[in-house]
Design a protein around this ligand. Structure first.
Ligand code: ZN
Ligand code: ZN
Length: 124
């Protein structure tokens, strides 16, 4: 692993930690490129994959698109069907309740990802 690679990966992580918009890989590329003009799209995609595998970044699929989230704490999301905005929902009880209510002799869930859909304040 060269220093350059590590530096690129750090910049990607830094960018993701600075925003709450759950950007697509394309947006990550556009933003990181402003600081690292030489970075290629392939590098950004590869690093996002690696960061996801390392558990430093969460990948969610919304409207058939992958979105990235550097907030790896257990939280849920609200997706606006109007503008596509993704809002974090930090309500531990929602997840805990869902886990408590789920009963199965075959599956043993440890976490839950709930996506709420509807219209945000601006789109209503
Ligand atoms: Zn909206
Ligand atoms: Zn989130």
């Amino acid at each position: 692993m060269t220093t350059r690679n590590t530096n690129q990966r750090l910049k990607i992580l830094e960018y993701l930690r600075s925003v709450h918009c759950h950007p697509t890989a394309e947006t990550v590329y556009e933003e990181v490129r402003k600081e690292l003009p030489a970075i290629s799209k392939g590098t950004v995609y590869r690093n996002l994959q690696l960061l996801t595998k390392q558990g430093k970044v969460m990948r969610l699929e919304v409207n058939k698109e992958y979105r990235f989230d550097a907030d790896c704490r257990c939280h849920q999301h609200f997706v606006c069907t109007g503008c596509g905005r993704i809002v974090d929902i930090h309500d531990e009880q929602i997840g805990k309740q869902a886990l408590r209510r789920f009963k199965s002799s075959e599956c043993f869930p440890e976490s839950v990802c709930i996506t709420f859909k509807g219209k945000c304040k601006r789109c209503r």
